[in-house]
Design a protein around this ligand. Structure first.
Ligand code: PXP
Length: 237
């Protein structure tokens, strides 16, 4: 049974639309925990477009389940992560113009920068996960760096509209899941997952953690965060 990390970034997106104090992602995290969230995930972006430094600090004090911070591989972000010490840091690529994270981290091409961040985070006692495309070379490079986990980018699967394309992307995820297990890495996945497309990913052999944000927050607008999380937990359990 896969565990659920609830990404609450878009609760902060609504707050930042008015630069006010509500809705508070800290309340969202508590409501998500009541619904059975196994982890709370936030992305403190360099442009601070949704989650703010204060959110991370308060969540570190209040979240009772695992706190997973998505972070770019910059010295400034690594320093914040090492100071706040979330339970897990998921290293992600970041590009200022993007609407959301667009692809996996290039662990092969950016080996030096990724290694530096991983070493500093490990020294601070933080579990590191690398957000990567379902590409054998990226999985191999991640295993070489000694991280505990990887998170497979499910965006291509989630965005595929034709059945044949979705099947092809699912096969790529299944092959990547097998390689991840064989490499002895914990298998996480996320991006673009919804109530409609999550089950095949959740049931991949060895799936440990799914990180899901937009779809849960969108449903929470109508049914409340606790119920939205409960419904997703029912699907993936
Ligand atoms: N995993 C990672 C690494 C992400 O960057 C994001 C988006 O912030 C998610 C999961 C969640 O994606 P979504 O909001 O599409 O569910």
């Amino acid at each position: 049974m896969a565990t659920l990390g609830v990404n609450i970034d878009h609760v902060a997106t609504v707050r930042q639309a008015r630069r006010t104090v509500e809705p508070d992602p800290v309340w969202a995290a508590a409501a998500a925990e009541l619904g059975g969230a196994d982890a709370i995930t936030v992305h403190l972006r360099e442009d601070r477009r949704h989650i703010q430094d204060r959110d991370l600090e308060v969540l570190k004090e209040t979240v009772q389940v695992k706190l997973n911070l998505e972070s770019a591989i910059t010295p400034a972000m690594t320093a914040i992560a090492c100071r706040v010490r979330p339970d897990q840091v998921t290293l992600v690529p970041e590009n200022r113009a993007e609407v959301t994270t667009e692809g996996g981290l290039d662990v092969v091409g950016q080996r030096l920068a990724v290694t530096t961040a991983v070493e500093q985070l490990h020294a601070a006692g933080i579990v590191v996960s690398l957000f990567i495309d379902p590409d054998p070379a990226q999985i191999e490079a991640s295993a070489d760096l000694g991280v505990v986990a990887i998170e497979l980018h499910t965006g291509s699967y989630a965005n595929a509209s034709a059945d044949a394309d979705r099947d092809r992307e699912m096969q790529a995820l299944a092959r990547a899941a097998t390689l991840t297990r064989q490499a002895g890495l914990t298998l996480n996945a996320g991006h673009g997952l919804t109530y409609r497309n999550v089950v095949p990913v959740a049931t991949l052999d060895g799936m440990h953690e799914l990180n899901i944000g937009h779809s849960i927050v969108a449903r929470a607008v109508f049914v409340g965060m606790t119920e939205a999380v409960r419904e997703m937990k029912r699907l993936i359990g």
